[in-house]
Unconditional design. Structure first.
Length: 477
């Protein structure tokens, strides 16, 4: 049995802004089910909601800050969660990274440096918790200083750093670096310095014993200039220590047979009941109720990465077809406004919900026929996987985890029952529109469509295989 400290800035259902929370809420649980002692450490944000007991464990002093360590459980599991409690940094409304108005917290470097320093104290068993991990498994830039700081410790645990998204690097001016009082040895071009800036992400990439990312294709992509943001050289230099492990999903939480957020449970055998969810979705969003019209769904952070501009360019042509389009998302204000403006003229065909709504996300997965995910890049992506579980056929661009989890529909894959969606190559409105039209044609052939749906629903997206891959990785350290 290994002791694993899982370091993350968000975990579902405690707090979530995106897929990292889904993974942090499900991978430690899967590791625990495999007999490992996996514990989570994360900041104690004001927005954390839990029905579980939260108790005080200890207070430690880190650079003149008195920080409390609180303990709770990942709701509904036995997985221990340690909350780094420092109200001056974390007890504010808003999300982990931005304030109520969507503006990055001005002191993010200080906030996550403190989080990393406290994590190091916990990892070195200097926090009165009487527990020392074998492995410290860090995730994304917010935890990037942990492998860097641990590299300076004697008799330290092994470190793994998982990249969920290279687009977010935690880069700050060198003046910020100086004000943080970080050890001078780390500040060089083979360290956390990146073009005279402080890079949290680089701390993870340089100093961790192993690097992983969340799909095999993305592991290759980030070694190229198009996806590496200037770190491709470093990543290919460390390629023997870099691997891609595809994300699993929480198959209990995303299960159409037991989902309490949807109108009518269903499975592969009772697929006809999916139509009742479509009706419920149309009613909820005030769209004309029509079970024959194809409904396209999209749930996403509204950012460049997700190809929202491609959707905006395709919408006029999409509207020339009999279909409905349902979108749930939030993010970039200009995308939000343009989507709203477009929807205004077409209330019978388009529904745009700006905001974050967990229950609606489940109903969209259950009630849509087709799911759109035209990402420009996608380290793994989860909604295309949830879609397949819910018999909703994904239309995706061939990149990252989308390429690894969706099988395009061509005569061969139809014949051998591996086809689960529509995959297109080029990040252009024309290529997306062509894939949408292919989906519409397939939708008009109910027998073929049902095959695509059941092929997707039959696939095993649980953590079993991937958690095992992490265990193998840990065992080599
Ligand atoms: P990313 O982490 O890049 O945002 P993923 O596909 O890995 O992309 O995960 C996104 C997760 O966040 C999914 O669980 C998705 O359902 C959820 N999500 C995104 N936007 C919203 C929203 N507006 N409301 C509810 N859930 C959302
Ligand atoms: C990131 C990526 C997404 C991935 C998620 C969880 O947010 O953008 O593709 O699924 O992390 O690993």
């Amino acid at each position: 049995m290994k002791k694993i400290l899982f370091v993350t800035s968000e975990a579902h259902p405690l707090i979530k802004t995106g897929g990292l929370a889904d993974i942090s809420g499900s991978l430690p649980k899967a590791l625990a089910e495999l007999g490992q002692d996996a514990r989570i450490i994360m900041p104690n944000y004001q927005a954390i909601k839990t029905t579980e007991e939260v108790r005080y464990l200890s207070t430690i002093y880190v650079y003149n800050c008195a920080v409390n360590i609180l303990e709770t459980r990942l709701p509904g599991t036995n997985v221990i969660v340690w909350l780094v409690d420092f109200p001056e940094f974390f007890n504010f409304p808003g999300n982990p990274y931005v304030d109520e108005h969507g503006k990055s917290w001005a002191n993010n470097a200080e906030r996550f440096t403190l989080f990393c320093r406290v994590t190091v104290e916990v990892a070195m068993n200097r926090s009165y918790l009487d527990w020392k991990p074998d492995i410290v498994h860090c995730n994304d830039w917010q935890s990037g200083l942990v492998p860097a700081l641990l590299s300076l410790e004697y008799s330290r645990p092994a470190t793994v750093f998982t990249i969920h998204n290279m687009a977010y690097q935690g880069i700050f001016p060198s003046s910020t670096y100086r004000s943080l009082n970080l050890p001078g040895q780390l500040w060089n071009s083979n360290g956390i310095e990146f073009h005279d800036m402080l890079s949290f992400l680089k701390g993870g990439l340089i100093y961790s014993d192993r690097i992983t990312t969340v799909s095999p294709t993305y592991a290759k992509e980030i070694q190229t200039a198009d996806f590496g943001y200037g770190l491709e050289g470093l990543l290919s230099h460390r390629k023997d220590f870099l691997s891609g492990i595809i994300n699993g999903i929480d198959v209990d939480h995303w299960n159409p047979e037991t989902d309490i957020n949807i109108s009518q449970p269903f499975n592969r055998m009772t697929l006809y009941k999916k139509a009742l969810n479509k009706t419920a979705l149309q009613e909820k969003l005030s769209l004309p109720v029509n079970k024959n019209i194809p409904v396209f769904g999209l749930i996403s952070r509204l950012v460049e990465q997700k190809g929202i501009d491609l959707i905006l360019k395709c919408l006029p042509e999409m509207l020339t077809h009999p279909l409905q389009f349902v979108l749930l998302g939030s993010g970039n204000k200009s995308f939000e406004q343009r989507l709203y403006n477009f929807a205004e003229g077409h209330p019978d065909k388009i529904s745009i919900t700006i905001g974050y709504d967990e229950a609606l996300a489940h109903l969209i997965e259950a009630g849509s026929d087709i799911f759109l995910m035209p990402s420009r890049f996608e380290p793994c992506g989860l909604n295309q996987i949830y879609s397949q579980r819910y018999g909703t056929v994904p239309v995706v661009r061939k990149t990252g985890g989308l390429a690894d989890t969706v099988v395009d529909t061509v005569p061969k894959t139809l014949e051998d029952n591996t086809a689960t969606g529509l995959v297109f190559n080029e990040a252009s409105p024309g290529a997306l529109m062509e894939a949408i039209k292919r989906a519409l044609i397939l939708y008009s052939h109910p027998k073929t469509w049902k095959r695509l749906q059941t092929n997707g629903m039959r696939k095993d997206f649980s953590w079993t295989k991937s958690a095992q891959q992490y265990m193998t990785l840990y065992s080599h350290l």
